[in-house]
Every structure is written in structure tokens, then in C-alpha cells.
Ligand binder design. Sequence first.
Ligand code: SF4
Length: 262
Amino acid sequence: MKTAIDIYKYLPKTNCGECGLPSCFGFAAKLAANLSSIEDCPHLEDQAREKLREAVGDRTSSPGTVYEQALEVLKEKMKTVDLVKTAERLGGVLHGPDSMDLIFLNERYLVTKERVLDASGQETRPWISILIYNHLCMPDPPPNAGEWISFSALPQSHAKDKAWKGHVEEVIAGRYSGDVERLRRTCAAQGGEAIEREGSHNAAYLFRFFPKFPVLLLFWDAVPEEDFPAQCTMLLDENANRYLDIESIVVLGEEFASRLLA
Ligand code: SF4
């Protein structure tokens, strides 16, 4: 399996959004994680499609099938979840014992044990439902610790460290190098809250991927005369892995990066 960056070079790079993601890079990240299908992009040239097939390798089952299977397993798990207690713990807004509103990446979703609907009442794409259900199924998360740590400091994050750096932090740093003002506008538009924090960074924004899943984006702009490239660090709450598994945190980070780039 190739990385998102390997896959990205074969994509049209028009960010048209017809694959359901706001950018071609977001699509590349999903494809690399086997969370979307080559067929979801209707604008691939035949040659690029062929190259892409070679890049993502042969799969024994289609991503759609894998996704849908994962979702079915989670729906079974959701049957045992007490939505009332879970909403209270995770910051959801209850409509009754069987449904709640939950903010996910600055958008509101209506969540039941059977489906997740977006603000327009449409059923969401499976990967969004999977992330939301994974979050709701985490057993007894403790309160947020209030201490920021890097992704690599999370237990069992080692295997995904490269993906977090390469698909989340480095793409944001590269995109906004030399353009802090634009980063600030984009962060604000994505629901980020500018915060004061000691340090040499040029921007600090607090996001809530979920109500109880805070993320702190720190950005240092490039200093060409000192040969210092732009850098971005996305810090997580010390208890973040009690709110979402590592794999899902990376997918969430990649989706966030693709929205920030779009
Ligand atoms: S990958 Fe998605 S955003 Fe990019 S061209 Fe294809 S459909 Fe459009």
C-alpha cells in the first residue's frame, strides 16, 4: 500500500469535491487508508486509474465492503451503548433516549444507534459514521487531562507516527508556509479558536474534533534566511486515546488536514 502522497500525484488536483471529500489530498488520504474506492473519483484519466490501481495494490474485497462490514459490526456494538450516559460524557445533546446531536469537525450530526444523519438529513458517508460510532463506543473515558502531548507520546502510536507527521502536520506546514494570515483565516473558518500561549509559534488554535476531543494546532512560519522551514504540531489531550483508537485519530487528523487545505 502506498502513502497518500504517492497516491496524490495521480489525482487530478482540482479539488472538485465530487468524491465527497473537499480536496484531492483528502481523497488520497482516505484511499491510502483503504477508506474509499478509486471509483469514487469520476475524473481520473484511464492511465492514471491504471497507475492508481498498481499503487494501491490488489485488494481481496472492495473498500466499500470493508467499510460497510466495519459499520455493521459497530452498529451491533452500539446496541449496548447507553446513549443518555454517553451524551453526558461526550458532550452530545440528547433528543430523547435514542438520539443525540453531536458536533464532529465543526459540523452537527444527528446520531442514533442505526444511522448518522448530517445537517441536511442525509445519511453520512460510512467512514464518518464509523468514526462517530468508534468515539461513542469507547469504554468509560476519563475526563480530559488538560495536558497537551504530541501524537507520538500517545501509547501504541508508534506505527502511525509517520502518517500523522506526513499526512497531517507536514501538509499543513507546507501549505501555509509564508502565509500565516491565511492560516489564521482558515482556522477561524473551520471553528478554531485563537488562543494565547507562551512560545515562539506564530499561530495557536484550539479545535474540538468532538466536543471532548480537543486538539491544539501550533504553527511556526518559515524563516528562509535561517533555513528554517515552516512547522506545524498538532497536540492532543493526554487522554485522547481513551476517546478514540489510534487508527481513528489518524483518519480524523487526515480529514482535518484536508479541510484545512481545501
Ligand atoms: S479526487 Fe475528489 S476532489 Fe479530486 S478530482 Fe477526484 S473527485 Fe474531485
